[in-house]
Design a protein around this ligand. Structure first.
Ligand code: MV4
Length: 502
């Protein structure tokens, strides 16, 4: 069985550091690759060795699989970890790594290939009794037949590109009269974005929660699930806040989803870390959407509630070792929330806001984890994803995790670039979030730039209230501050449904 002694991380920023930290804990030495824009980046300084692979644009650096493999071979690297994004879900890269005699710390090229296409993933799981949204099992070739099917399902329906991702090639159709136009758009978008125009239709779930299950498999056919992450707070298909566990799942639904996720993984002989994505409707019925064959941005919330280091486990299974845990060893302890700190201005339609980080002071203390790849004084490169840090809180209960997160957001001092932190604070304090009664429409339903100002006013009012209460204490008898929110009486729809299911 090969033992990995040296890992090259084919990525940058926070995830490169995240992977290298675990490697170092395991006594494995690390190689960073970097573009000219990242010469002084923390991931380059942290690595034992670092090699410049090209100019700033990703296509000339972080996406150059062959060049990265050549660097690995020249430095005596045993294994390559791809992180997320870039080459992480590129079956050709995973295959080329293997063929170069190196270990790819991730799934097989075949698993990536099958799950990279929504229709082929649906076919792969067909014999496993996985609940799926009513729809067409194959690409639409005959529009008359497709419209008949849509009428049978009932409008609104959703047209999805099989190769799709990030909402590209996805179109809602409200009425049959719009079908052809929306179909043309979806196909056109899919061809230009993915070079593959195949599309299928599904019933449109109008108020879905996005809930995903973390799975981990080894090369001996064992797969476990590490529970769910609730990722419904999204904007333009970019997740902004994630948490684990979900506040609406019952133990029975959690187990049913977990078993489904394990079966999805087994359907493609999966090994490594993976995520099975579901949507959950208002009745708490869940449907398999797709599988992501990588370590995800939001993996830390799962690590905090399970105590499992997912990167360590990925390295173990890449070496051919069996999973270090069985399903019955896993349990949820506590609650964790992650907010993505992006260099985007929430007051200005979340426009990317690059510049120099004048001030960068991280929050600290009990129940707070910060995963980042930047430091004070750095210029945020325009070439890559605008996410500059992940702020993660952990507490015994959901309320505690929210309280710690708000405290941590207040401690986080960033100047020089606008960030999504004020939006995150707004969301964490919103009644819908606090009650658990929210779905993927959260941002469009509740957020306008004005709420950020109201939020600032609210904070001021609270300070006044606290001061007033202090004064009263000294003047009269102690008075219990009434900070109990209106939420106590506001029973969420999601929770009501949960109660019915018990
Ligand atoms: C859906 C859906 C509703 N019904 N599928 C979005 C990303 C991709 N992974 C799947 N997505 C969705 N799939 C069915 N059958 C709702 C979403 C969805 C969404 C759709 C349109 C506009 C914004 C959205 C935000 C989150 C999820």
């Amino acid at each position: 069985m090969p033992t990995i002694k040296k890992i090259l991380v084919a990525n940058r920023g926070e995830i490169a550091l995240r992977v290298m930290r675990t490697a170092r804990e395991m006594g494995i030495s690390t190689v960073a690759v970097f573009s000219e824009a990242d010469r002084n980046a923390p991931h380059v300084k942290y690595a034992d060795e670092a090699v410049c692979i090209g100019p700033p644009p990703s296509k000339e650096s972080y996406l150059l699989g062959d060049k990265i493999i050549a660097v690995a071979q020249s430095l005596g690297v045993d294994a390559i970890h791809p992180g997320y994004g870039f080459l992480s879900e590129n079956a050709g890269f995973s295959k080329a790594v293997k063929e170069a005699g190196l270990i790819f710390i991730g799934p097989s090229p075949e698993s990536i290939e099958i799950m990279g296409d929504k229709l082929s993933s649906k076919h792969a799981v067909a014999s496993y009794n996985i609940p799926m949204v009513p729809g067409t099992p194959d690409a639409i070739t005959d529009r008359v037949a497709a419209k008949a099917k849509a009428a049978e399902i009932g409008y609104p329906i959703l047209i999805k590109a099989s190769a799709g991702g990030g909402g590209k090639g996805m179109r809602v159709v409200e009425r049959e009269e719009e079908f052809d136009e929306q179909m043309d758009r979806a196909v056109g978008e899919a061809i230009s974005a993915f070079g593959n125009g195949s599309c299928f239709i599904e019933k449109y779930i109008t108020k879905p929660k996005h809930i995903e299950i973390q799975v981990m498999g080894d090369q001996h056919g064992n797969v476990v699930y590490l529970f769910e992450r609730e990722c419904s707070i999204q904007r333009r298909h970019q997740k902004v806040i994630e948490e684990a566990p979900s506040s609406v799942l019952t133990p029975a639904i959690r187990e049913a989803m977990g078993i489904c996720a394990v079966n999805v993984a087994k359907a493609c002989n999966y090994y490594g870390a993976g995520t099975v994505e579901f949507i959950v409707d208002e009745n708490l019925d869940f449907y398999f959407l797709e599988m992501n064959t990588r370590l995800q941005v939001e993996h830390p919330v799962t690590e905090l509630i399970t105590g499992v280091d997912l990167v360590k486990e990925m390295i173990h299974v890449a070496e051919g070792k069996p999973l270090s845990m069985k399903q019955e060893d896993l349990q949820i302890k506590g609650h964790s929330i992650e907010v993505r700190v992006c260099a985007e201005d929430p007051a200005n339609n979340f426009l990317p806001n690059v510049g120099t980080l004048q001030t960068y002071v991280r929050p600290q203390g009990n129940g707070v984890r910060v995963d980042d790849g930047i430091e004070e004084g750095m210029e945020i490169p325009i070439y890559y994803d605008p996410m500059i840090a992940k702020l993660i809180s952990y507490g015994d209960t959901r309320t505690e995790a929210i309280e710690k997160m708000i405290r941590a957001i207040d401690e986080f001092k960033i100047t020089g670039v606008a960030t999504t932190l004020p939006f995150c604070k707004f969301a964490l304090r919103h009644e819908a979030f606090v009650s658990g009664n929210f779905d993927t429409r959260f941002v469009s339903l509740y957020f306008t730039p004005e709420v950020l100002e109201e939020e600032a006013d609210k904070t001021e009012l609270e300070i006044v209230a606290v001061l007033a209460a202090e004064l009263m204490k000294h003047k009269n008898k102690p008075k219990v501050a009434d900070n109990g929110s209106a939420l106590v009486n506001n029973v969420s729809q999601w929770r009501k449904n949960r109660a019915k299911l018990r």
